[in-house]
Design a protein around this ligand. Structure first.
Ligand SMILES: [Fe+2]
Ligand SMILES: [Fe+2]
Length: 347
């Protein structure tokens, strides 16, 4: 079994514009100007490659860090100031596209019903096509999220009390392997990648990641790093747990149909059963417990759920649009596996 590792050199995230170029230079040299404010371009498209990569890199300082980048930069005030500007642009874009003033029932009820039209579902597309190349691409696209699965939600724990805290801790205990490192869900995803002849090293495919994939991670990092957005973080968490089971069922079908090995199937099979329980606990105890304590956060919980659906739908549209036009959904296509059609068993 290949353990999930910290990202290692060489750094594979090449800049995607003036903003990421400027921040990459600061990160790699550690040289933040001391004679005035850090001068970087700030008018990038909030959904675009340049801004989303930059935000992703700055957030990564709060997770496992970046190769060749000083840990001391995590709380550098100049970088935090840049990050705040990018977050404000991202938040404004989210607020422009997410309906406001919704209740928790508004946000969650439609997630509880399987939609009749699955034409916008990547897992439904994969279950129908049974194409190993597409499955491998999808694993790479999800890896930025799944290799840190549940990490940002743990940031909610010190901000919650009572029922919400106890239920979140119980779910996170499962997500982090219930005391068994080999059962940590991020590790199960690393095993899936190995089984599909992909490199499971944390951050390995960052240069392949389109903005739409990075956005799904940046959203939860943004909510997770701001106590003021604890309601939205809980909404994100409950949304992810609620939406998981039907898609996991379709992914099991897709993986089995294209001959993927048991380690690949196991990640999604585990989520069919685990998330059927997690969904109940997340909505009734984590969301319910938080709102019993802080009822004024209801619209923020709904916003967190709706924003999650928005960024997931944007990613699904990006992926299906590329595939239906015969293109890779990644910025660079993957190398073909050494033995096509013969997924590996993790060591
Ligand atoms: Fe999980
Ligand atoms: Fe879960």
């Amino acid at each position: 079994m290949n353990a999930v590792t910290a990202s290692r050199p060489p750094w594979r995230a090449r800049p995607r514009g003036a903003l990421s170029e400027a921040i990459t230079a600061v990160l790699l040299t550690g040289k933040v100007p001391t004679d005035g404010p850090l001068n970087v371009p700030t008018h990038a498209d909030p959904w675009g490659e340049d801004l989303q990569l930059t935000l992703y890199l700055l957030y990564e300082l709060h997770y496992r860090g970046l190769p060749d980048v000083s840990d001391d930069l995590e709380w550098n005030p100049d970088l935090l100031r840049v990050r705040t500007g990018l977050e404000q642009a991202f938040l404004a874009a989210l607020e422009a596209d997410v309906p406001r003033g919704r209740t928790v029932a508004d946000a969650f009820d439609h997630l509880l019903k399987e939609p009749a039209d699955l034409s916008g579902s990547v897992s439904a597309h994969l279950a129908h096509r049974a194409d190993l190349d597409l499955v491998r691409e999808y694993a790479v696209l999800r890896s930025f999220y799944q290799l840190k699965e549940s990490d940002p939600h743990a940031w909610a724990l010190p901000r919650l009390t009572g029922r919400a805290k106890a239920a979140l801790a119980a779910i996170e205990y499962d997500e982090f392997g219930a005391g068994r490192p080999e059962a940590v869900h991020a590790q199960l995803f690393a095993n899936l990648m190995t089984s599909l002849q992909l490199d499971p090293d944390y951050g390995h495919y960052l240069d392949h990641a389109p903005a739409a994939a990075l956005t799904t991670v940046n959203l939860m990092s943004f909510f997770g790093l701001h106590r003021a957005w604890r309601g939205a973080l809980v909404g994100h968490f409950a949304c992810a747990e609620t939406a998981s089971s039907p898609g996991a069922r379709r992914m099991v079908k897709a993986l089995q149909a294209c001959g993927a090995g048991p380690a690949a199937v196991h990640f999604y099979a585990e989520h069919i059963t685990a998330d059927a329980v997690h969904e109940q606990l997340a909505r009734h105890e984590v969301v319910g417990g938080l709102l019993a304590e802080e009822p004024w956060l209801e619209q923020q919980v709904a916003f967190g759920c709706d924003a999650t659906v928005l960024v997931e739908n944007r990613l699904a549209s990006h992926v299906l649009n590329a595939w239906r036009n015969g293109r890779s959904a990644l910025r660079h296509p993957l190398d073909r596996p050494a033995s096509p059609g013969r997924p590996r068993t993790p060591e």
